[in-house]
Design a protein around this ligand. Structure first.
Ligand SMILES: [Zn+2]
Length: 261
């Protein structure tokens, strides 16, 4: 599932393909995508030039020359394919955007849970988002403040985009393992020392991610520290990695070296 590093990579891919080019055709190929981008909004894109692509949390934000914004969210399985209008169809293509010089930007999304939405000039309204974890806005103090009044465990808290923007199920598990904190630890009672370790661990796992390191989409050579390793030895202490369901999501952790509250 795309999280901050993969979405950042997606924004770069889109930027390289689209910035400075003008949209010549838009095809919406799935009903869910058509609900988010109805025909009138798709038509609004025609003739517009893409001036900038940025990322905020897991949102990709393509700005057009009239100030409107196309906001894309990959959700579970979204991914860009960049090619030419003459290329063979891309499997699970949900949105095609053709650009001057015959570049074709395809949003492929097998589960079709992603979206692309038009926000008219000045109307970009993202859901509330916490600080970007790779900036100086994100510190042990800001994390402590956003967890102070929270009930429940740290792992679901890290998935809340209002606590920190861009984390998801994989990097939350990886960061907690690196910081030696149990996913069940009570979020509001983590000590300042453990919060400092957690902030450092979040930055480390995001920077080490395959998308951040290799500059390509996809993660064929991924080696996670704890994620998806149920029953296999912990890479630190050799105990067996366990999995349990937490707020409906699979959580992987080492019961020996990740401590609770
Ligand atoms: Zn361990």
């Amino acid at each position: 599932m795309p999280e901050l590093p993969e979405v950042e990579q997606g924004a770069r891919v889109l930027s390289m393909a689209a910035v400075g080019r003008t949209i010549t055709a838009v095809h919406v190929l799935h009903p869910a995508y058509a609900r988010a981008l109805p025909a009138a909004d798709a038509a609004h894109l025609l003739g517009r030039t893409v001036t900038d692509v940025t990322r905020r949390g897991k949102h990709q934000i393509a700005t057009l020359d009239d100030g409107a914004v196309l906001e894309v969210h990959f959700r579970m399985t979204g991914q860009w394919h960049i090619g030419q209008t003459s290329d063979a169809p891309v499997p699970f293509a949900r949105l095609l955007v053709d650009l001057t010089d015959d570049t074709r930007v395809v949003l492929a999304d097998p589960r079709a849970l992603g979206s692309a939405r038009l926000h008219r000039t000045g109307a970009l309204a993202l859901p509330p988002l916490g600080p970007e974890p790779l900036t100086t806005e994100f510190t042990p103090q800001t994390l402590a403040a956003s967890l102070a009044h929270r009930r429940g465990a740290i792992k679901p808290a890290l998935l809340d985009q209002r606590v920190v923007a861009g984390l998801g199920n994989i990097y939350a598990a990886e960061a907690l393992w690196l910081a030696r904190i149990s996913p069940r630890a009570y979020a509001a009672s983590l000590s300042p020392l453990r919060l400092s370790r957690l902030v450092r661990a979040i930055r480390t796992v995001l920077r080490r991610s395959p998308a951040a390191r290799y500059g390509s989409q996809g993660s064929g050579a991924t080696v996670w520290r704890v994620y998806d390793r149920e029953g296999r030895p912990c890479r630190r202490c050799r105990s067996r990695v366990r999995r349990f369901l937490q707020s409906g999501r699979s959580t992987y952790y080492c019961p020996t070296c990740q401590r609770g509250p």
